[in-house]
Design a protein. Sequence first.
Length: 138
Amino acid sequence: MRLSKRRRTTIADMNMTPMIDIVFLLLIFFMTVSQVSEANKVRLELPKLEGEEELKPATITINVDAEEKIIVTGRTLELAELISLVSAELQRVGDDPSRVNVVIRADRNGKSGPVNRIVSALGRMQIKRVKIRVHKER
């Protein structure tokens, strides 16, 4: 009977040289990128016009309850009053519709008619940044 020879297994050595090379390459890359980004961060004090003020974007939150009432900052408004309020905010930001953000929160038990009228009125005013807030159930 012939016995099989046992094969000796060799333990594979892990060569660390390629990993060290990659770490050094990453280090050089990040050092170079950080130097390039620092070059773009030159501190300048820009001149200002006399009386110039920073115009902050306006955010208007409109609530529509189940009885189709339009509520803004705790006040119940008609659609015409809402339009005049949005027009005033539009003038405050320099008549730039892209600087007016509108968030509409509508009651889920209410009808969609008031929301549609509000969105179409905002569209006539060229306000495109309109978001309808929803609640995600868990």
